[in-house]
Write a protein that binds this ligand. Structure first.
Ligand code: ZN
Ligand code: ZN
Length: 295
């Protein structure tokens, strides 16, 4: 499948990776037993693909997919999710060698209401020549906080939230899942590494294994509480060239699609959230889920 992506005066690289048992998405994981096979997954050859036009530059992304249509991440094993995380990490490290890119966004649109363009479950990676506005704001705000207090705002938040516990959805040795203090949407969830880490792609193997476990557990809970909602999932990490820092802390944001963004939100950039984060956290935390069989 060929996809044209056009940004005014600029370009982007797109890859789609499926959360399904893919022969081609067996990235090297703990023991490095399996090697990645780039030809089987979405690959963009950015060097050959950029085409200048009067309206800007176009990038042509070539997508290839193999997937099991009935399988989603809830049926995927923890190991399969971990393999996808490794594939994203490897792809990010590769794309960062291209000096034109400033940010690599990994995201997932699950369900039609969340804007999923394909019927089968998949996650996406897009490399951008600019730092997205939302990320820039988060990074700059956290830098200002750091200048003021000499502490990472996310580390402070994690400490406070674990102390109070009311907005904590779950905690493992490596991660904490929170309902943020000022959520934009009902049941918004953030997953953060407990130890300070400024970039998703620069971590040790146990972290990706731990994240796969936490992701699966949280998505199973979300499904149980909200009856399989559509949702968006985004990884926020430091921009390219700013990867190692003390002020920004990579994290995942999950936003179930339960409300509509309307005039007030568009007009102000503020969000009216009808559900308190304490209530959301309690529902998800206390969800009765069938424990996954050991893998
Ligand atoms: Zn931190
Ligand atoms: Zn964020």
């Amino acid at each position: 499948m060929n996809v044209n992506l056009r940004f005014k005066g600029t370009w982007a690289a797109l890859a789609i990776i499926f959360l399904a048992p893919l022969a081609g998405v067996r990235a090297q994981s703990t023991g490095g037993a399996a090697a990645s096979a780039p030809s089987k997954i979405a690959v963009l050859n950015v060097r050959n693909a950029i085409v200048a036009t009067a309206e800007g530059k176009q990038a042509q992304a070539q997508l290839q997919s193999q997937f099991a249509p009935k399988q989603n991440e809830l049926q995927s094993t923890q190991k399969q999710i971990e393999d996808v995380l490794w594939a994203f990490r490897d792809r990010m490290l590769d794309l960062k060698n291209d000096k034109r890119f400033r940010y690599v966004l990994i995201f997932k649109n699950h369900g039609e209401a969340a804007g999923a363009s394909l019927e089968h479950p998949h996650s996406q990676l897009i490399a951008l020549p600019i730092v997205p506005k939302r990320v820039r704001e988060e990074v700059d705000s956290s830098r200002h906080y750091y200048y003021d207090k000499e502490r990472c705002i996310f580390c402070d938040m994690i400490r406070q939230e674990l102390d109070s516990g009311v907005r904590v959805i779950g905690e493992t040795q490596l991660f904490v899942t929170l309902a943020p203090y000022a959520p934009r949407f009902p049941f918004e969830m953030w997953i953060l590494p407990k130890q300070h880490s400024s970039s998703f792609e620069n971590n040790q193997a146990p972290l990706y294994a731990g994240l796969a476990k936490v992701l699966k557990d949280n998505l199973v809970r979300l499904d149980a509480v909200l009856d399989r909602p559509a949702y968006n999932l985004m990884i926020h990490t430091s921009p390219i060239g700013e990867e190692v820092n003390e002020h920004y802390h990579w994290h995942i944001e999950i936003i179930p699609k339960l409300t509509k963004v309307a005039g007030f939100e568009w007009g102000t950039g503020f969000y009216i959230c009808p559900t308190s984060p304490e209530e959301s956290a309690r529902f998800i935390r206390e969800a009765q889920v069938v424990p996954a069989p050991p893998r």
